[in-house]
Design a protein around this ligand. Structure first.
Ligand SMILES: O=C(O)C[C@@H](O)[C@H](O)C(=O)COP(=O)(O)O
Ligand SMILES: [Zn+2]
Length: 284
């Protein structure tokens, strides 16, 4: 199966109240762990690729890994630019074979964010590519850039509804109290904001900062209208801990396969658990 737009599965997620996981791809082992977990669960999923990860992996390798996963698995998989910063980078990804893009204009004022997002939607739609927009500021560390928790601002429901109506995005990330990275305490998620926005728009709300959110908070978020959840840090932690364990026990290991095999298995376990929690098993 070729890579698909998120519209292949997000409308079903919204209607049937489950969420599709976006698992960030940072290298081959992340790509393999994700597709292996999804195949066992028969689940659709999204490969999220940040601009930093794109630079690290190279755009041709990124697309090739995602296409290989789609071909091997037969699952509906979207290859999605995560937190795209400009029209140009979004178009570059689409030209290279991405089936979905995020334009993150959340650091602009509302009017400018709407204007710039609309331009991306117009161009992407003509090529059958789905678009995610963002409103409000999500705290924590995103692709190595840190936003202080104190500077994080929640999305205003009326603005989010207007943003959807004017841009026509396929899903909408709104700041509702989660943050990128692991939490020191428990996140305070504003389910009322999710519910208000979700009730007023026909597309799902996206929850960024999915790592470390307690299971019950994930269930309540999905019940309120979240249909896409992004997870990156938990996989990075699982990967790195597994590598540390191997190298800590055997300092003379030099074959990367000796530590990358357990690292990949650890990520696969995390992803499989998330897919089950999000309710997307057997929704492919
Ligand atoms: O930082 C990245 O490279 C990706 C994240 O911004 C992603 O969009 C996301 O929201 C994942 O959050 P996390 O699970 O808290 O890392
Ligand atoms: Zn994010």
């Amino acid at each position: 199966m070729p890579l698909v737009s998120m519209n292949e599965f997000l409308p079903k997620a919204k209607a049937n109240k489950f969420a599709v996981g976006q698992f960030n791809m940072n290298n081959l082992e992340f790509a393999q762990a994700t597709v292996e977990a999804a195949m066992e669960e028969n689940s659709p999923f999204i490969y999220g690729v940040s601009e930093g990860a794109l630079k690290y992996m190279g755009i041709e390798f990124t697309v090739a890994m995602a296409e290989a996963a789609a071909k091997k698995s037969g699952l509906p998989i979207a290859l999605h630019l995560d937190h795209g910063s400009s029209f140009e980078v979004a178009m570059k990804c689409i030209r290279a074979g991405f089936s979905s893009v995020m334009f993150d204009g959340s650091h602009y004022g509302l009017e400018e964010n709407i204007k710039l997002t609309k331009e991306v939607v117009k161009a992407a739609r003509a090529m059958g590519v789905s678009v995610e927009g963002e409103l409000g500021t999500i705290g924590g560390v995103e692709d190595d850039l840190s936003v202080d928790e104190a500077d994080a601002t929640l999305a205003k429901p009326e603005e989010a509804i207007r943003f959807y109506e004017e841009t026509g995005v396929d899903c909408l990330a709104i700041a509702v109290g989660t943050a990128h990275g692991m939490y020191s305490g428990e996140p305070k998620i504003h389910y009322d904001i999710i519910q208000k926005v979700s009730d007023a728009i026909p597309v799902p709300v996206v929850l960024h900062g999915g790592s470390g959110v307690p299971d019950e908070a994930i269930r309540l978020s999905i019940a309120a209208g979240v249909g896409k959840i992004n997870v990156n840090t938990e996989n990075q932690v699982a990967c790195t801990n597994a590598i540390r364990e191997v190298l800590g026990a055997k300092a003379d290991v030099i074959d990367p396969r000796k530590y990358l095999t357990p690292a990949r298995a650890a990520m696969k376990a995390v992803i499989q658990e998330k897919i089950r929690l999000f309710g997307s098993s057997n929704q492919a």
